[in-house]
Design a protein around this ligand. Structure first.
Ligand SMILES: [Zn+2]
Ligand SMILES: [Zn+2]
Length: 421
């Protein structure tokens, strides 16, 4: 007996309906906001993630599935999608197009983490990346887009909080880094082993260390948001102004530092107030003005966010029954066919399907009793019955299980009648 690999999952039935609901809703909102879809491969050269995400991040240091290809280069399963989309943007010269490039994506990501509740090694993300404008108005719109998505997923705004901050730019970050390193160096005895290395390799990463012993040092550490240059301050003020105009409630979280190196300026997280335990961030993103250049393209400001589908599902668990109704407005029909006239039955079956009716049957034309039992088990409300008698008279019987009533319908009028149910 072979099972799934550790930390991955099969998705089907009602779980898959929730996936589809989230994906379909996301596609609709994305089109409304002028985004087009991009699908990049799930494998990329490891180098891309090292340069794109940062060599000293946990993701790249410990969490990637990496293998050698036949030429001795290493390739990795994508642990996130921004690096891949940026690579595609550069590779296809999309910066030559006029105006913004606005992409959305849906797909699996892979991280070799310790599997635990709500955390899988293959998980699924929806997200967006916008290239070509350095503007607080755009950052506000990207946040509004995310908020509208959650609203359309029926995740009430009372259940999550939008936290925003700024992580500064190449003008103010170096000064802040120096300040942070000085502070951390003075407190180094209180920090964990990993953080002692991080101080010199990547001091910002100390701020999202989860170790208990590091927390008091982190809380009292200098905050980047209090050390921004004038440009960054103006930009952050502007962003808040736009969010207010759009009636978006937000909180400034001074301790918000995203776990990836590429962010510049605006960062944000949508945080669930309850129900998700320690992993309570359901959507997160920010601006990354230097990444396109860093990966070999021309200087191109950019902003984006991503959300985990599995976590969104946890957040909307309470609304599952509503979702079924939203997602299945189609009338589904089951047809019961007498074995002696299965050719005629099959013809009707095919015609109905060609005319847009969602129809099913048992394919074996077993006894009527057995076919009815199956229709019941599959929860069909409407059942068509084609017996010898009906077939002879060019009729078919329709049974509505909800009211128990039966009607005889002329075959010539069948499609119209079914569509009007
Ligand atoms: Zn700055
Ligand atoms: Zn630590």
């Amino acid at each position: 007996m072979l099972n799934t690999v550790k930390g991955v999952k099969d998705v089907f039935d009602s779980d898959l309906e929730l996936f589809r609901f989230i994906e379909n809703t996301f596609v609709k909102i994305s089109q409304k906001f002028g985004y087009s879809e991009i699908r990049t491969p799930i494998i990329e050269y490891t180098e891309l993630f090292k340069r794109g995400i940062g060599e000293t991040t946990d993701i790249v240091e410990k969490e990637m599935f990496t293998m050698a290809d036949s030429k001795g280069r290493t390739i990795s399963l994508r642990p996130e999608n921004t690096a891949g989309v940026v690579r595609a943007y550069i590779e296809h010269g999309l910066f030559n197009n006029a105006g913004l490039s606005k992409f959305f994506y849906i797909g699996p990501m892979f991280r070799r983490e310790r599997p635990q509740a709500g955390r899988l090694r293959q998980f699924h993300q929806i997200g967006c990346e916008v290239f070509g404008a350095n503007s607080a108005m755009l950052d506000a719109e990207v946040i509004i887009y995310a908020a509208q998505l959650l609203e359309n997923l029926k995740i009430a705004s009372a259940n999550f909080e939008i936290q925003i901050s700024s992580v500064g730019c190449e003008n103010c970050r170096p000064q802040y880094n120096k300040k942070l390193v000085d502070y951390l160096t003075a407190e180094k005895n209180k920090l964990c082993e990993t953080c002692n290395i991080r101080i010199y390799k990547n001091p910002l990463r100390v701020l999202d260390c989860k170790e208990e012993r590091c927390q008091s040092v982190i809380v009292a550490a200098p905050k980047i948001i209090e050390n921004l240059c004038d440009d960054c301050n103006i930009f952050f003020e502007e962003l808040q102004g736009f969010l207010k105009i759009a009636n978006i409630d937000y909180q400034i979280n001074k301790r918000l530092v995203r776990g990836l190196d590429y962010y510049t300026g605006t960062v944000f997280e949508f945080v669930c107030k309850e129900g998700l335990g320690a992993q309570n961030t359901i959507l997160a993103g920010g601006r990354y003005n230097n990444l396109v250049k860093q990966l070999g393209g021309p200087h191109t400001p950019a902003v984006g966010w991503a959300a985990g589908i599995e976590r969104l599902i946890l957040a909307l668990t309470n609304n599952k029954s509503d979702i079924k109704n939203i997602e299945n407005p189609v009338k589904k029909i089951f047809i019961v066919i007498d074995k002696t006239i299965k050719k005629q039955g099959f013809e009707i079956f095919c015609n109905l399907r060609n005319n847009g009716i969602d129809i099913n049957c048992d394919y074996e034309c077993k006894s009527f009793k057995s076919q009815f039992r199956l229709a019941n088990k599959l929860k069909y409300r409407y059942v068509l019955i084609l017996g010898e008698e009906e077939a002879k008279n060019e009729n078919i019987k329709l049974k509505d299980f909800d009211c128990g009533c039966e009607t005889i319908i002329k075959l010539s009028e069948l499609t119209t009648k079914l569509k009007n149910l």
